[in-house]
Design a binder for this molecule. Structure first.
Ligand SMILES: Cc1cc2nc3c(=O)[nH]c(=O)nc-3n(C[C@H](O)[C@H](O)[C@H](O)COP(=O)(O)OP(=O)(O)OC[C@H]3O[C@@H](n4cnc5c(N)ncnc54)[C@H](O)[C@@H]3O)c2cc1C
Length: 309
């Protein structure tokens, strides 16, 4: 007898003309932490239509569906993810420029969009040049760095709701906060976004990007798999400094370690499991609270088991 996952995979395959459907696909291959068990079905849609069809099929079949981007802010459970994971990337990544605006599909990399801005002499996206995620992930997370954030330049985003309808949300309607947005809190898939920038000087824009990327290389443990900053910045503090003061620098559980280079990052030094990372996060939070009374909040999102993605 055909199992439920096989039936789901076949339906999804039929809808994926340009895209790809993978069964029991290890999510460690699709996350920057290089951690995570298998998704029952992983869909890499080839177009907006294929994404919409995949979500509709999952809805009709009563199968859970989770949309992710480049997996650079994720811990996927070791047990994997039941139902479908839909990862937006190459197949759904058109970027077009129109005057001072750049429109990008959700799977486009933020780095690519900022290169497009640089080439057109547009300022406002320099901060995003070294953020490894996608437009969709960046928009829902309100990704930011070096004083800039997505909320500062996003004009609107098209959001696919749970019922299959699409709404164009303005910047104000996106409900941005620090590393959060309305679609992240309430569900909703970013299909595409438009960024409105200002005319700038190509040399200065390029110099700012190079400088930000230099700072990343100097300060961040980019030589190890990670998901960037593990925790949000607590009001009035820096997570990295609190973690260091609590004596957690270098602290390890299995293959997960609080980076020796930047305590705000947990890195996979080889063979880490999601359980290692979560245990380490728990221990760091406990020690930081004991030492400083500050409750660190996770920035990295969980998918599978105890999920919040
Ligand atoms: C080395 C490194 C450096 C980093 N530096 C920064 C930094 O400076 N600033 C910063 O803010 N972040 C940083 N990050 C974290 C990460 O790159 C950002 O959070 C990024 O915006 C996540 O995008 P993604 O496509 O990888 O999303 P994913 O990790 O795939 O997903 C993150 C969340 O967004 C949701 N999501 C993804 N795509 C969509 C969509 N289309 N519609 C609806 N929901 C969606 C997912 O369900 C999940 O909840 C860094 C990560 C690494 C590994």
């Amino acid at each position: 007898m055909m199992g439920m996952n096989e039936a789901l995979a076949r339906l999804l395959e039929r809808a994926a003309v340009k895209g790809t459907v993978l069964r029991d696909e290890p999510m460690a291959r699709h996350t920057s932490f290089r951690v995570g068990g298998p998704a029952d079905v992983l869909v890499l849609p080839g177009s907006a239509e294929e994404l919409a069809a995949a979500l509709r099929i999952c809805r009709e079949e009563g199968a859970p569906a989770r949309v992710i981007g480049a997996g650079t802010n994720l811990i996927v459970a070791d047990a994997g993810v039941r139902g479908a994971v839909i990862a937006l990337g190459e197949g759904f990544s058109a970027v077009t420029r129109d005057g001072l605006s750049i429109e990008a599909e959700a799977g486009a990399k933020l780095a690519r969009v900022s290169q497009e801005a640089l080439a057109a002499g547009l300022t406002g996206l320099e901060f995003a040049a070294g953020i490894p995620g996608t437009v969709g992930g960046g928009a829902v997370m309100n990704a930011g760095a070096y004083g800039g954030e997505i909320a500062g330049c996003l004009e609107w985003a098209d959001i696919l709701g749970r019922d299959g309808s699409v709404a164009r949300l303005s910047n104000a309607e996106m409900g941005f906060g620090y590393r959060t947005s309305l679609p992240l809190r309430e569900g909703g898939v970013v299909l595409r976004a438009r960024f409105t920038l200002r005319p700038g000087d190509v040399e200065e824009i390029g110099a700012a990007m190079r400088e930000f990327n230099r700072r990343r290389r100097v300060k961040q443990p980019l030589e190890y798999p990670s998901a960037g900053s593990t925790f949000k910045r607590p009001e009035g503090h820096f997570a990295g400094a609190l973690i260091e003061q609590a004596g957690c620098k270098g602290l390890a559980v299995g293959g997960a370690q609080v980076s020796e280079k930047h305590a705000g990052f947990i890195v996979n030094t080889g063979g880490a499991t999601a359980a290692d990372i979560l245990a380490l996060i728990g221990e760091v939070r406990r020690r930081v609270f004991e030492q400083s009374g500050v409750r660190l909040e996770r920035e990295v999102r969980l998918l599978g088991a105890e999920e919040d993605a």
